[in-house]
Design a protein around this ligand. Structure first.
Ligand code: GLU
Length: 310
C-alpha cells in the first residue's frame, strides 16, 4: 500500500467512524505482542476481554502487535493463533497483524506533522543518560525526519481517566515523561502509536488489558485527542504474579500455556478473576457460561491478584 492510499484509507475510516451508527456498540480486543508464547497472564486478559465484550453483546477482535520486529520471538505468533483455536475463542473479524500496517502509522505521523505536533529527535540513549523525563532538547531544531526518532509534543496539564477497576488515574505528561517517541531511529513504530491508531480504525470502544499498561494510558489518550479520535473506556486487570513477586511475563520465563489442557486453564483463569465457579466442559461451552455469569465487579479492584501463578 502506498502512503497516499493509506492516507485516503485513514481519512475515509475517520469519516466513517464519525457517522457509524454502530459506534456505540461495545467493541473490545485482545492484542498480544508475539514476544514469547502466551502464558497464564495472557489467558486472563483474553478471557476477561472476551467475556466483558460478549456480556455486553459486543464484538471481540484479536490483533497481533508485532511492530517491534527485533523483539518477536520465533514461533510465538503461531502459538497465539493456536491458542485462540484451542480455547475456542471466536473473534468477530479476521485477525490483523500490525507489521502489515506500517504505511498507515507513517501516514498518521504525517498528519501529526501537519499539525506541528511531532518533530525529529537526534538524542541518543547515551545522551539522555538516566534522565527519564525528556526535556525537549530537539523540539525547536526542525531536524529532517529521515533516520531520526520522531517524538510527539505533550503539554503541561493533567490527563485523567476513570478506570472501571482501578479508579481515577492521572498524569501530567510534560512533568512525568516529556515528549515521547512515536517512531524509533531504526524505523520501528512505537506501540503507543500503533495501538491508538488501530483501536480507532477497528472501532474499539473498550480496552481490557493488564494493569502493567495503566501508565501508558494517558499517552494513548493524548494521542487520541490530537487525532480527534473518540475516547475509550478502560479496564485494567490485576496482574498474576510469580513466586518472586514479579508479574508473569515472557521476560520472567512464565510457562507457555499448555494448549492440550484448555478447559482446565479456562477454569483456573475464571477462578483467578473471582468469577462464579464453572464446570469443566468443552472450551466454547465454558466460555458461554462464563459470559452468562460474567460480573466485572467481582474482579479485585487492585493491580495484583492474590496467590502465586506460574
Ligand atoms: N501488545 C500489548 C502487550 O502484549 C498489549 C497492548 C494493549 O492491550 O493495549 O502487552
Amino acid at each position: 500500500m502506498t502512503v497516499e492510499s493509506s492516507s485516503t484509507e485513514h481519512s475515509s475510516a475517520l469519516a466513517k467512524r464519525r457517522n457509524d451508527v454502530s459506534l456505540n456498540r461495545y467493541s473490545g480486543r485482545f492484542a498480544p505482542s508475539p514476544t514469547g508464547p502466551l502464558h497464564f497472564g495472557s489467558l486472563i486478559t483474553a478471557v476477561a476481554s472476551y467475556c466483558d465484550a460478549k456480556a455486553h453483546q459486543g464484538l471481540w477482535h484479536v490483533r497481533i502487535e508485532d511492530t517491534d520486529i527485533p523483539r518477536i520471538y520465533p514461533g510465538s505468533e503461531e502459538h497465539i493463533l493456536r491458542a485462540i483455536d484451542a480455547f475456542e475463542f471466536e473473534p468477530d473479524s479476521d485477525i490483523i497483524f500490525q507489521k502489515d500496517r506500517l504505511d498507515i502509522y507513517e501516514d498518521v505521523i504525517q498528519q501529526l506533522h501537519k499539525k506541528n505536533m511531532v518533530y525529529a529527535c537526534q538524542c541518543t540513549r547515551k545522551m539522555l543518560g538516566s534522565n527519564h523525563i525528556y526535556v525537549g532538547t530537539c523540539r525547536d531544531l526542525a531536524l529532517p525526519f529521515h533516520d531520526q526518532a520522531i517524538r510527539v509534543k505533550v503539554s503541561d496539564h493533567d490527563i485523567c481517566f476513570q478506570d472501571h477497576l482501578q479508579g481515577q488515574h492521572c498524569s501530567n505528561l510534560k512533568t512525568d515523561l516529556g515528549d515521547f517517541v512515536l517512531k524509533r531511529r531504526d524505523g520501528i513504530i512505537n506501540y503507543q502509536l500503533a495501538v491508538v491508531v488501530d483501536d480507532f480504525l477497528q472501532g474499539m470502544t473498550h480496552v481490557v488489558r493488564g494493569a502493567d499498561l495503566l501508565n501508558n494510558t494517558e499517552r494513548q489518550i493524548w494521542l487520541g485527542q490530537l487525532l480527534d479520535y473518540p475516547r475509550l473506556e478502560y479496564i485494567h486487570l490485576p496482574l498474576a504474579m510469580n513466586d518472586q513477586g514479579q508479574k508473569l511475563s515472557k521476560q520472567n520465563m512464565a510457562q507457555a500455556l499448555d494448549l492440550s489442557k484448555p478447559s482446565e486453564l479456562l477454569q483456573q483463569a475464571l477462578h483467578a478473576l473471582k468469577q462464579p465457579a464453572i464446570e469443566l466442559d468443552q472450551p466454547h461451552k465454558m466460555l458461554q457460561q462464563a459470559v452468562a455469569q460474567w460480573n466485572l465487579d467481582l474482579i479485585p479492584h487492585r493491580t495484583h491478584l492474590d496467590g502465586v501463578f506460574i
